[in-house]
Design a protein around this ligand. Structure first.
Ligand SMILES: [Zn+2]
Length: 288
């Protein structure tokens, strides 16, 4: 019963979040009791379905809750001060597809197991596909600094773009609107607006060299270097350590260098750091 109660409470919280109502019920209310009952019934139903692809969205939530952190065999006491964990990073992607419709479809096919919170069209249309508090499956195997579960702490934004074309102004302006909202709502630091290739350099190359990181940084989303103020780094400067301090996983050093250069050097993405590249890296490193 203990597990069912916690599933019921969590379900109530998540259902109110998923329905985009802004406030979680402050007191135990009728909807909570109803949700508890519904949660118990759904839990029974879900247990009898071995194939998760056949589950309804509500049943999926129950599965999700079953896999979350209640340990029914340990003593349970209630704490009264809490809220829901919030995102602290935003990961920007390009879809590598040809249309918003194609991307939405991809995110709705059970076998793909991928999703993102937002999709932004070339024309600037903003589509939200998951509540900000839900863990989307956009990062995959990734690492930034010491964080290895980027899906748990981030919001994923997919820009409709095939990877070989510039991003139209309408799309970037809508992106800035979304980023502004997320930054204000969740107090996300400038340096935590990053790209998929930053956190998975050996696997991913998005967003492409066409993505306007400099413009984004000027608006407070991401970090850019001080152009015109670059100096040669000191003798003892270690570029690998600098990449690590910024956040890059350097276990595949060449991939990390390419990711860094795709973002900051742009015109040259060879896997070696030139004297100029090192001065850019040194400048950025000093901001962390
Ligand atoms: Zn991506």
């Amino acid at each position: 019963m203990v597990r069912s109660v916690s599933v019921g409470i969590l379900l109530s919280v998540l259902l109110s979040l998923a329905s985009c109502r802004s406030k979680v019920q402050a007191t135990v209310s009728k909807p909570l009791i109803t949700a508890f009952a519904a949660g118990a019934v759904l839990e029974e139903k879900v247990l009898s379905k071995p194939d998760t692809n056949q589950l309804t969205p509500d049943e999926r939530k129950v599965i999700m809750l079953q896999m979350t952190g209640s340990h029914p065999y340990w003593r349970q006491e209630k704490a009264i001060h809490y809220d829901v964990r919030k995102p602290n990073f935003v990961i920007i992607h390009h879809t590598a597809q040809d249309s918003v419709a194609q991307t939405i479809k991809t995110f709705q096919i059970p076998r793909t197991k991928v999703s993102s919170h937002y999709v932004i069209g070339r024309n600037g249309e903003i589509i939200q596909m998951l509540n900000d508090y839900i863990r989307s499956w956009h990062a995959g195997v990734a690492k930034w600094g010491t964080i290895t579960d980027m899906n748990s702490c981030s919001i994923g934004i997919e820009l409709d773009n095939n990877g070989r074309e510039p991003f139209p102004d309408a799309q970037i302006n809508s992106l800035i609107t979304v980023l502004d909202t997320l930054k204000a709502r969740y107090l996300i630091p400038n340096s935590n607006f990053i790209g998929h290739a930053d956190i998975a350099p050996a696997r991913k190359n998005d967003p492409s060299v066409f993505f306007p990181w400099k413009k984004l940084a000027s608006k407070g989303f991401g970090i850019w270097y001080d152009e015109g103020q670059l100096v040669a780094p000191p003798e003892n400067f270690n570029p690998i350590d600098a990449l690590k301090v910024i956040g890059y996983d350097t276990s595949n050093l060449k991939a990390a260098i390419v990711a860094f250069k795709r973002k900051f050097i742009i015109r040259d993405t060879t896997p070696e750091l030139t004297v100029y590249d090192k001065s850019v890296l040194y400048n950025i490193y000093q901001k962390y």
